[in-house]
Design a protein around this ligand. Sequence first.
Ligand SMILES: [Zn+2]
Length: 254
Amino acid sequence: MRLEEMSWPTVSSVSRDAAVVVPIAAVEQHGAHLPVFTDSMLLGEVVRRSAEVLGDEVVWAPLLWLGNSHHHMDFPGTLSAAPRTYLDVLGDLIENMLTHGFRRIVLLNGHGGNIVPASQAVFEARQRHRQRTDLLLLSATYWLLGSQPTDLGPGFVQNSMGHACEWETSMILKLAPRLVGEIDAIEPVSMGDPFEPASRGWITKDRSAPGHIGDPRQASAEKGEILFSRFSEDVAAFLKRVASWDGRSWGSEK
Ligand SMILES: [Zn+2]
């Protein structure tokens, strides 16, 4: 069910135990070869594929394209809410859904910079409504739900998500090849070592002059199809767990 297509009486008639999903993405530079709407396009496709499997089990809010992308602001075309502003936007969206009576709310994320604010937003919302015993407030990032797509081959060189990298370039090649620039001459940029296990504050220019992180030369539309199908299967399986939650337990069967 797509919220944008529903009237208010229709929304009112939906079970309050339905899973309500807010897809959150970004508009930000993706190297010299991919469009700035990459994260929003990729998450939109993962949502489209997952929604086909899930049918009426989930209410999908419209995708929020404004994300936390201040680390990319040195690159033209990036549009970003400041981190604290973004945290408030996510908090307000959660409050909107709670006001309408929904109890199972998922921020489904498609951008690395949103991971921390999304988990903070659901944490803060739980503290604000600490008297409730019926809430399931979750944030999840589509490429971190369990699959290792590289296990399926063929010939993946990256085993994790970079930026405008083998993985993202492959998925845009699958989805909208006319939007992908020349990739054969792009020098790879290593993922680097951000002083792990510490958490380092960074801007993109600390890590990459051209803006990408990873190896876009390795991209192909076939790899893009593998990534999309694995990630959308993961999202559908995760949201089925949310929809079938018993309303009380801490966890749920996978
Ligand atoms: Zn991206």
